[in-house]
Design a protein. Structure first.
Length: 156
């Protein structure tokens, strides 16, 4: 299974039905968030990498590799963007290094599976938009196109 890391993580989250335990797990992922390295992007970040609808002002970059895999990098400009940082860390840990064609098929429903109903509708839309931005970048990488996107390309 090409996205085994993601499925394993989702199964781990399924083991935490208690909202407090799930929140602790998400906080631990947020603590693991790594900001986009300077050799990929520096502030001010280009709007072409800004995630539409994300309240935390998140940005996503993808680096395509010759073997068809892709590596993702994220920035979250809102210091209170704990959920966005947690999701960015999860997406990086589970999707970076995976084949771009497989990442392009990730369902935005993973947001509900990870966060359950512990987030507002607006935050949920922004987090789903992060997943959609990753999918768009992966699709472009798989097609050999530049790994950028704009708000017209994400269905978020």
């Amino acid at each position: 299974m090409p996205l085994e890391k993601l499925e394993t993580l989702l199964e781990a989250f399924d083991q935490f039905p208690d909202p407090a335990d799930r929140t602790d797990l998400l906080l631990s992922y947020a603590d693991q968030f790594k900001e986009v390295p300077a050799d990929v992007a520096v502030r001010p970040f280009p709007k072409s990498h800004n995630v539409p609808q994300c309240e935390s002002d998140a940005y996503v970059w993808a680096i395509a590799h010759p073997d068809g895999t892709v590596t993702f990098h994220f920035a979250v400009e809102n210091p209170s963007g704990i959920s966005a940082k947690a999701l960015a860390a999860i997406l990086d840990k589970t999707l970076s290094g995976a084949p771009a064609r497989d990442v392009a098929r990730v369902d935005t429903a993973i947001v509900e599976r990870i966060f359950r109903r512990n987030i507002s509708m607006g935050k949920g839309m922004g987090l789903m938009s992060m997943v959609d931005a990753v999918r768009t970048l992966a699709r472009r990488a798989a097609a050999g196109q530049a790994a950028t996107f704009n708000t017209d390309e994400t269905s978020g």
